[in-house]
Design a protein around this ligand. Structure first.
Ligand code: PEP
Ligand code: MG
Length: 747
């Protein structure tokens, strides 16, 4: 640790600030800085290498190496010692550089004269921007204090680079955040969108990294940390509805907020001449580097907590809130680390696309984005640090790729793709009011899935015959309190009105599993997807189920009503749920309220056991809707939310198709209508196969209705059945390739 009284780095930073104060151009500043560092550290060479593009470093200024090599000498990431520092984001301090691992000699620089080498990464929040290097003739190893001083200077250089301090005439440098960058994430909602970045949580900008008054900065830091501690304590004590997981997170926050070692490190940074905010950011940067360099999950989680906490502290210190007053651009693409469903709903449907750094396919935000058919990519690592408000961005939800600040070639290829999609949409619009009748004369009912009132306009645009699955839990999830019966009833009425006579199948609450109500005491379940969820909750807490059923009956106000129960596993559960409905109907009759003119009560088949239920089940239900998302996860024992396994098993695999055929045949035998409402219903190849298997109807996202209908109208289901049978007969494990080849001939 440096001498706190008058450390080398503080002196150096003081001189650096003077050098930066004038309004010199970018290159001039860089030249001054390298000269200053070399003389202060009494070393012959000081050089700054910055990233030219994502893979190439360029020598941008030097004191000591050949002047002609500036802006000429380049190396790839990982190449030579400089490239290695940039890639590993670790310091290399070698007394005898030529014999160090990875050394590569750059003849044009004249560096053969220098023996020792010390390179430190120039990085900001875990993001490598370049490398600061000192070299000397004698084979000396730089001391820990010298390395520390270099790290502090590198941190300031990172801030300056970020602020564009080195851009300008003759500098041949482009500022950070101007290069195109591609992010590969996980597909959460397909679709393509072009727009401009809108940051949910704009990053804090540190404009004053250097200070000459450590005592004042120390005081600022202490006051800010005190405020942070109080706010974390208040969060913990004031919020009773927190889940165990949330409590754990905030406990970790509290631990960090009270951490002496964190505080000590920041105080030492201030001692070296940094401002309080620069000290916070320096430690945050180091933590981020460790975060990206692996470690166990627990450690990563804790470092994530520290990252969030640092952001809070930075906001306190700089006074920069979330709301920076940045106007939402046209065609906004929302960029965030994560986002809650409520916040997403606040933004509304004006968003064109969403890219999240974290997130999960089963999160509520994903559910909302899907319901709205907004392209969504999750797990796009690094996007929140790279993107700036207003940046151009292309979201390719079909490939799970986002192109930030795309170059012209990418942009034009993307626009071609969009144009093709628009042409396809026009084609679908032309058959919107036509039936989905195949060449062999079978008509399949195409319905849409919905969950919000805002989804209903899609009913008309998509050409769906009605809503085959209305997920009622969304209304419960987006509120902070349990909705009242009268509110629910009014909402269901509005849904019925908006559907203008088309049928809507209301699914009763499917909470539990990944859908935890913010106002219900969470259960710590080891395996929530197979735990206390959906109808299991409904039957154990009949008050909620009855309240919802009553709201539905009242909303129908004498008109038709379709209800289905989720996650039925046994015939007895269906009977018990239906008995609750009968009780509600009897009560409404007693109260003199009108009963539904026609009532259709179905069950969702989402567990394999139900396929083997007694015949009575298939005879008693009015209809069956296959919830393929859940059915598949339990059939294959592959968590639908786990990226590692969720795409592993094909829906069109022989085994799953055999289950599907069994279900269809049992419904046929009982004369019970059967529909499929999982995600697969909206995938064209799957949809065609389901139709060939004998499904009467399919319910899907509104945007899938057109493509599925288009294809259905061009096939002969007998031929599809033959293709499927042949593929299975010849031993193929999935019929996908065979059916896909058949369909290609019918496009
Ligand atoms: C399903 O499981 O397929 C289904 C439609 O229900 P959810 O996706 O809401 O669980
Ligand atoms: Mg389900």
């Amino acid at each position: 640790m440096p001498d706190p009284i008058e450390s080398e780095s503080r002196k150096l930073l003081g001189r650096l600030r003077q050098a930066m104060a004038g309004d010199s151009a970018g290159q001039e500043r860089l030249d001054k800085i390298v000269g200053l560092i070399a003389s202060s550290m009494q070393t012959e060479v000081c050089s700054i290498y910055l990233f030219r593009d994502a893979d190439t470093l360029e020598l941008c200024a030097t004191e000591g190496l050949a002047e002609e090599s500036v802006h000429k000498t380049r190396m790839r990431l990982g190449e030579g010692l400089v490239g290695r520092v940039a890639r590993t984001r670790r310091v290399i301090n070698a007394a005898d550089a030529p014999s160090a691992r990875g050394f590569r000699y750059m003849p044009e620089t004249g560096e053969e004269r220098y023996s020792s080498f010390c390179g430190v990464p120039i990085q900001r929040l875990g993001d490598a921007l370049g490398v600061l290097v000192v070299q000397s003739r004698d084979a000396r190893e730089y001391s820990a204090d010298e390395v520390y001083a270099l790290e502090v200077v590198a941190m300031v250089l990172a801030e300056m680079t970020e602020l564009g301090a080195f851009v300008g005439e003759g500098a041949a440098l482009s500022a950070r955040h101007q290069h195109p960058v591609m992010f590969r994430g996980t597909i959460a909602q397909e679709g393509a969108a072009e727009g401009r970045v809108f940051l949910h949580d704009p990053r804090v900008v540190v404009t004053n990294p250097i200070s000459d008054d450590p005592a004042h900065e120390m005081e600022r830091l202490r006051t800010a940390v005190e405020e942070l501690r109080t706010s974390v304590d208040a969060l913990l004590s004031g919020n009773r509805s927190m889940t165990n997981e949330q409590v754990e997170i905030f406990e970790a926050y509290r631990m960090f907020a009270n951490s002496r070692s964190w505080m000590r490190r920041m105080e030492a940074d201030i001692d070296t001449g940094l401002t309080a905010e620069a000290a916070v950011e320096k430690e945050q940067s180091l933590a981020r580097t460790r975060l990206t360099q692996g470690g166990d999950t627990y450690m990563r989680e804790r470092l994530n907590d520290l990252d969030d906490l640092s952001n809070r502290l930075l906001r306190i210190l700089t006074g920069q809130g979330r709301d920076t007053g940045a106007e939402m651009p046209e065609n906004p693409i929302l960029i965030a680390r994560t986002i809650g469903p409520g916040e997403l709903l606040d933004y509304g449907k004006k968003l064109r696309g969403i890219v999240l750094e974290d997130g999960s396919v089963g999160s509520h935000a994903t559910v909302v984005a899907r319901a709205w058919a907004i392209p969504l990519i999750i797990n796009a690592k690094g996007i929140t640090t790279e993107a700036l408000n207003g940046d151009a961005i292309l979201v390719d939800g079909d490939q799970g790729v986002a192109h930030l600040r795309p170059d012209e070639a990418v942009q034009s290829a993307f626009r071609d793709k969009l144009a093709m999609q628009t042409r396809a949409q026009e084609r679908y619009a032309s058959i919107r009011d036509e039936p989905a009748t195949t060449l062999c004369g079978t008509t399949i009912g195409l319905y849409m899935n919905a969950g919000l009132l805002a989804d209903l306009p899609s009913l008309e645009n998509s050409g769906a015959l009605g809503v085959g699955l209305f997920r009622t839990e969304l209304q419960f999830l987006i509120r902070s309190q349990m909705p009242k019966r009268s509110e629910l009833s009014a909402l269901y009425r509005r849904v019925m009105d908006a559907s203008a006579g088309k049928p809507v199948a209301f699914r009763t609450l499917d909470i539990g599993s990944d859908k935890v109500l913010p106002y219900m005491k969470p259960n710590d379940e080891p395996n929530p997807a197979m735990g206390w969820r959906a109808i299991r909750v409904g039957l154990d807490k009949p008050g909620i189920l009855r309240m919802q059923l009553q709201a539905l009956v009242r909303a129908a106000s004498g008109g038709p009503l379709t209800v289905m129960f989720p996650f039925i596993t046994l015939l007895s559960e269906y009977r018990a749920a239906r008995a609750e409905l009968d009780k509600v109907l009897a009560r409404e009759r007693r109260l003199g309220n009108p009963l539904p003119a026609s009532l259709s009560v179905g069950a969702m088949l989402e567990t394999p056991s139900l396929a083997f239920a007694p015949d009575a089940f298939f005879e008693e239900v009015d209809f069956i809707s296959v919830g393929g998302n859940d059915l598949k996860q339990f059939f294959y024992a592959a968590d639908r939310e786990n990226e590692r396994v969720r795409r592993r098993y094909d829906t069109l695999n022989h085994s799953f198709l055999s289950l599907i055929e069994l279900i269809v045949s049992r419904c046929r035998a009982a004369g019970t209508p059967i529909s499929f409402c999982g995600e697969d219903a909206g995938r064209p190849i799957e949809a065609i196969c389901f139709a060939a298997c004998g499904f009467d109807s399919l319910s899907m996202r509104p945007t899938s209705v057109g493509p599925v209908k288009h294809l259905l109208r061009r096939v002969h289901l007998g031929e599809v059945r033959d293709v499927m049978a042949q593929a299975r007969h010849s031993g193929e494990l999935t019929v996908r390739e065979a059916v896909s080849a058949y369909l290609k001939g019918h496009m």
